[in-house]
Design a protein around this ligand. Structure first.
Ligand code: SIN
Ligand code: FE2
Length: 216
């Protein structure tokens, strides 16, 4: 069990600034974790996680799926948002109300009013899985922030600058933490170091990350 999960709910926790326009909201989603995980189960039953190919021909160590009117897709041709799940040919599952509502509240807390994401990318990390340093730049609307919700095992999140060469800082993201980045940080490089093994009380040996995007 993660020691952080035994601490009181940090409802009064002070947002931790990461960079101009970027904050870490410690424990912001903790109190609603059961509702989120219940909704997540239904989404995963309809659109199972899979390991997508990268344009460079690698298989991602992170397993992904999406919900909302658009989903994030990667294959040999590149990264993009698509209205249908390439695995099934079907539209992505609707975004659960509790997802969209959490994303909007977190964005507001970070200073971004009226955030209405139409895409939620779901990433699953098993021990060892990682996400190399990258920018989220496939979205058409770069005026909207990215809202990222961490559930399950803690991860080391790297958050850097607008140049890949800028050395990223490292932050520990625990169950229920939410990171929001937008404005001058919207195109900041970020990534996740290989997930350390562990056993989370609700999620077992995995971490789930939800990222909400205004994609279209
Ligand atoms: C992402 O960059 O899409 C996910 C970040 C994370 O898993 O924390
Ligand atoms: Fe990203």
């Amino acid at each position: 069990m993660d020691l952080f999960d035994t601490l009181p709910l940090p409802s009064d926790a002070v947002p931790e600034p990461l960079a101009p326009g970027a904050v870490l909201l410690h424990g912001f989603a903790r109190r609603e974790d059961a509702v989120l995980l219940h909704a997540l189960e239904a989404v995963l039953a309809e659109a199972p996680l899979c390991h997508m190919q990268t344009p460079g021909g690698h298989t991602m160590t992170v397993a992904t799926t999406s919900c909302g009117s658009l989903g994030w897709v990667s294959d040999r041709h590149g990264y993009r948002y698509a209205a249908r799940n390439p695995q099934s040919g079907q539209p992505w599952p609707a975004m659960p109300l509790c997802f969209g509502e959490l994303a909007q509240r977190a964005a507001l807390e970070a200073g971004y009013a009226n955030f209405q994401p139409e895409a939620c990318l779901i990433n699953q990390y098993l021990p060892g899985a990682k996400l190399s340093l990258h920018q989220d730049r496939d979205e058409k609307d770069l005026t909207a922030p990215i809202v990222s919700v961490s559930l399950g095992l803690p991860a080391v999140f790297q958050f850097g600058g607008l140049q890949r060469s800028e050395r990223p800082r490292r932050y520990r993201l625990a169950h229920g933490d939410v990171v929001v980045w937008g404005g001058p940080s919207r195109l900041a490089f970020h990534g996740v170091l290989p997930l350390a093994d562990g056993d989370h009380a609700l999620l077992g040996r995995r971490r789930i990350n939800l990222t909400f995007r205004r994609a279209g």
